[in-house]
Design a protein around this ligand. Structure first.
Ligand code: FAD
Ligand code: NAI
Length: 506
């Protein structure tokens, strides 16, 4: 009898799950009619369609403003799963969400321009943008005026001016980067397997070098080794003893933001996976076939080492985008800021009016992560929703106050209404500054293992291994932007597990 109930409960939960998914899909496909922008309302311009800007848009009551979104990318990218696109574990479109779908779900209509902001003039309150779409053939520049501006343009790849990096390496920030890496891996494999290659050339082509032992470099190295062990080795056995992955890091250890035990776990797992880690090794120069690095030996002496490579992935962190640099140069209060736009506790860009910044381009005292960017975006949505409500209440109070004299018979009722509005106003106006709540750090390290430093009841819990990998997967599935993304990612995971990854080079 108990078993029968368990079955019934199981059926009910399955039906509820399917109904929930079905409702989500139906809602996405049948959006409600939208309210047209009201020209009397303020124009809110949002730059970027990344973690910060999209989190803001998701929660913003868009009917309160004339919202214009400007970004060269007409989709949101779920970056935490980008390393899995470099080997085909996940197909790139599964982690992209079109911005048009996101905007169509909003109550108030939002304009979107696929363009890049080249400069911001805080005096004239205009953003200069350019569209370099292929269909035009030329570059079109124009200006967009704003009343309020949110800058969420992220960051670009840091190269520290090291010669040869831009010309010869692959980065890992955008979808195009992941596609380029995937092609390049297969190019190296097929060229190494080509007729009459010399042993030195085969070794070079199959040496995959990753520079930067932060989470991007570590996750990519893990994914690369998985690709080799689970697929390439089986399908191209003749090169199986030559494939090597090397991770180069300037500091004494990889993943410096994780706890010591997780760093040690990662390093020992990499050893088992046969990924070579070279710490205290600073890359100084890159050519088309080699990486030159300076190694600091235990006795403090320095030595130059040359690594020949077939694929070079450069993952040494973030640098400030030109549009942000340009704005910083125009604002005296930003003189001492190096890593991006210094903001106050309400995310207002220091030294400006009506300009806010979120995510990797803002310096608010936190690490440049998706977690920070999305919390900042959510905070601004609350702030702007409140500002709109405040303005509406204030104008209602003004209107009621002026009607007090005109309707003396009604004065008691009007006064009560004014009091009620003032009470609401006090509650709304009391907005606390931005507060970041750190949920923890997670990273995949290959061989279906992950490391996690998670915040748990005000304490820290460090976990690593296969169970943590399942936690990593479930955490990221729940964080995916939409039901569509979730289903596609699960499908990709199943597909690559059952059939193996696709080795074709597009
Ligand atoms: P982005 O998400 O980079 O978005 C910037 C947006 O601005 C883009 O839409 C871009 O097209 C647009 N833009 C660029 N230039 C202009 C311009 N001139 N004008 C207008 N628009 C412009 N963080 C985590 O917390 N957890 C993770 O697991 C994690 N994994 C990551 C994995 C990888 C491979 C990478 C690269 C990063 C990862 N991060 C992770 C970091 C995280 O992705 C960033 O911190 C986050 O994307 C920052 O959000 P953002 O909105 O500031 O910028
Ligand atoms: P990072 O800044 O975290 O790490 C870059 C590493 O490159 C540093 O350890 C640095 O010492 C090293 N480096 C710099 N120059 C070098 C050189 N010339 N030679 C050798 N090593 C050099 O950069 P990353 O990994 O791209 O991450 C950027 C941001 O995104 C970080 O805030 C990170 O936390 C976040 N992120 C988070 C992830 C996660 O939580 N799973 C995954 C990926 C990124």
């Amino acid at each position: 009898r108990r078993l029968r109930w368990t079955w019934r409960l199981g059926y009910l939960s399955a039906i509820a799950g399917i109904a929930y998914i079905g409702y989500g899909v139906y809602k996405d496909r049948h959006p409600e009619p939208q309210v047209d922008p009201d020209p009397s309302k303020k124009t809110l311009v949002i730059l970027g369609t990344g973690w910060g800007s999209i989190s803001l848009l998701k929660r913003l009551d868009t009917e309160n403003y004339n919202v214009i979104v400007i970004s060269p990318r007409n989709y949101f990218l779920f970056t935490p799963l980008l390393p899995s696109c470099t080997n085909g574990t996940i197909e790139h479109r599964s982690i992209m969400e079109p911005v048009r779908t996101i905007l169509r779900q909003k109550k108030g209509r939002v304009k979107f321009y696929e363009a890049e902001a080249s400069s911001i003039d805080p005096e004239r309150k205009v953003v200069r943008i350019f569209d370099n779409s292929e269909i035009r053939g030329d570059i079109t520049e124009t200006e967009v005026p704003y009343d309020m501006l949110v800058i969420g343009v992220g960051a670009e790849n840091a190269t520290f001016g090291i010669p040869g990096v831009r010309e010869h390496s692959c980065f890992l920030k955008e979808i195009g980067d992941a596609q380029k890496i995937r092609k390049r891996i297969m190019d190296c494999v097929e060229t190494a397997a080509f007729k009459d290659q010399s042993p030195e050339e085969i070794d070079r082509l199959l040496h995959m070098v990753v520079v930067g032992g932060g989470p991007t470099g570590v996750e990519f190295a893990g994914e690369l080794q998985d690709f080799f062990e689970e697929d390439i080795k089986k399908l191209v056995p003749e090169i199986s003893d030559r494939f090597r992955v090397t991770l180069i890091e300037a500091l004494p250890s990889v993943l410096p933001m994780f706890s010591k035990q997780l760093i040690e776990y990662t390093e020992s797992t990499f050893k088992e996976e046969k990924i070579n880690i070279h710490t205290k090794t600073m890359v100084k120069k890159v050519t088309d076939k080699t990486v030159e690095a300076e190694v600091t030996r235990p006795d403090g002496t320095k030595e130059t080492v040359v690594f020949p490579y077939g694929l070079l992935v450069w993952a040494t962190g973030n640098a400030v985008r030109p549009v942000v640099k340009d704005l910083m140069a125009r604002i005296p209060a930003q003189k001492n800021s190096r890593r991006g736009l210094a903001v106050n506790e309400y995310l207002v860009v220091q030294g400006t009016r009506d300009i806010w910044a979120v995510g990797d381009c803002a310096v608010a005292g936190y690490a440049p992560t998706a977690q920070v960017a999305s919390q900042e975006g959510n905070f601004l949505a609350r702030l702007f929703n409140n500002m709109a409500k405040t303005e509406a209440l204030e104008s209602k109070i003004r209107e009621l106050s002026s009607s007090l004299n005109l309707q003396p018979g009604n004065s008691a009722a009007i006064s009560r209404e004014i009091e009620e509005h003032e009470r609401q106003l006090r509650r709304i106006k009391d907005i606390k500054p931005f507060y970041y709540s750190h949920q923890g750090s997670l990273a995949y390290i290959g061989s279906e293992k992950a490391v996690a430093d998670v915040t748990w009841f005000n304490g820290n819990v460090a976990a690593a291994g296969s169970l943590t990998f399942l936690f990593w997967r479930s955490a990221y599935i729940s964080m995916c932007f939409s039901m569509r993304n979730r289903l596609l990612v699960i499908n990709d995971w199943l597909k690559s597990k059952v059939f193996g990854r696709d080795l074709s080079r597009e």
